[in-house]
Design a protein around this ligand. Sequence first.
Ligand SMILES: Cc1cc2nc3c(=O)[nH]c(=O)nc-3n(C[C@H](O)[C@H](O)[C@H](O)COP(=O)(O)OP(=O)(O)OC[C@H]3O[C@@H](n4cnc5c(N)ncnc54)[C@H](O)[C@@H]3O)c2cc1C
Length: 361
Amino acid sequence: MDRRLFLGSAVSALALPGCATNVRTASRTGCLPPVNVAADRVIRTAAGLRPYRAAGFVVRAEALGDKRLVHNYGHGGAGITLSWGTSKLATLLGLQGHQGPVAVIGAGVMGLTAARLVQEAGFAVTLYAKALPPDTTSNIAGGQWSPFGHYRDSQVTPEWRAQFAAALDYSWRRFQIMVGDDYGIRWLPTYTEGGGDSGPSPLDAYHPGARVLEAAEHPFAIDRLVRFDTMYVETGRFLRQLTRDVQIAGGNILVRAFATPADLAALPERLVFNCTGLGSRDLFGDLALEPVRGQLAVLLPQPEVRYAFTGEAGYMFPRADGIVLGGTFERGIWDTTPEPDAIARILASHRRLFGAFRCTA
Ligand SMILES: Cc1cc2nc3c(=O)[nH]c(=O)nc-3n(C[C@H](O)[C@H](O)[C@H](O)COP(=O)(O)OP(=O)(O)OC[C@H]3O[C@@H](n4cnc5c(N)ncnc54)[C@H](O)[C@@H]3O)c2cc1C
C-alpha cells in the first residue's frame, strides 16, 4: 500500500491530511527498467517500529530540576523527513540563553541532527544513547523524503501545525544542501498510484513537478498515476556520516540507558535534549506514543533503477545498498522480528507490479 494511500484507506485512522498533490497533466513518454523481484534476490529483511503519536510529534521545553529539558520525539513514519526541521525547532527552544555543554539523549536521526545543530551553534555536546547506529529504528527507515503517517488530523492543534510547517520548511532546505554520495541523498522521480485528486494542499510545494501521467507515459498497469520528484536518503550511510560529523566536531558519544527522568537530572549538563523516539513512552510515561511496525524486504541493488514507486503494491525505494520493498503499517505491534508471511506478501505484490510492466527500458 502506498505511503500516501495508507492515509486514505486501510489505516485512515492515521490519516495525514494535505498529502494530496495539486497536479496538472502533461505528456512525456517513458519506459522504465523493472525491479527484478525474486525470493533468491532478497539480501535482508527487517522490521522497525515507527514512533507514532496521533497528536503529532513533541517538540517542547520544560524544567527538570535545575535543568532545561527539550523533547524532540514521536515522528511516526516521517522521522527522516522531519529530522533537521524538528531538531532545529528544538534547538531554538533550548539554546536561547544557554551557556555550557549540552546533553543529547538518543542516537537515531533526531539525536544526531540535534547534536549537529547544537555544535553548529557553538556548544559542546555529549550524546548518550542506549543503542547507536546501525541498531536504531532510523537505520531501518526506507528514507523517502515525504511527511507520511505521523499524526491524526483530528488530534493536532493549530500550534502543532505551525511547528510542522516550520519543520518541513527547514528540513526540505537542509536536505537539499546535503544531496550527494557522501550523505547518500539523491533526487528521484516518484510514481504514486492514485493521489492528486483532492485539490490544492500546503504540501504541494514539496512535490515539485507533480503531474498526472497519461497511460502512454509510463509502463505501470495502473489507471491513475502521479509523478513527482523528491529526495531519498540511504539511511545507513546518512546516519554513519552524521555520527562521524558529531565526532569530528568534538562530540562525545556514550552508550548509556536511562530508566527515569531522575537519571537525566543527574547528568552534568544543564540542557538536555530528549531524542529517544519510542523510548519516550517508558522514560517519560507518554502513553500516547505507540509503535507502528513496518516490515521490509531488501533486494540486491539494481543501479539502473532510478525511480521510486508507492501504491497498492507497497513501496519501492532504490538505494545503493539494495532495493527496499515495504508495505506494512501495523499499529500496536512491538515485535521486531520480520514475519515470513508478510515478507512473502510484499515480494508477491511487487512481483505482480513489475511483472505487469507494459514496456521496459
Ligand atoms: C519500516 C520503516 C520505514 C520508514 N520509512 C521512512 C521514510 O521513508 N521516511 C521517513 O521520513 N521516515 C521513515 N520512517 C520513520 C523513521 O524511521 C522514524 O520516524 C525515525 O527513525 C525516528 O527517529 P528517532 O531518532 O526519533 O528514533 P530512533 O531511531 O528509534 O532513535 C532513538 C534513540 O534513542 C535511544 N533511546 C531510546 N530510549 C532510550 C533510553 N531510555 N535511554 C537512552 N537512550 C534511549 C535509542 O537507543 C536510539 O539511539 C520509517 C520507519 C520504519 C520502521
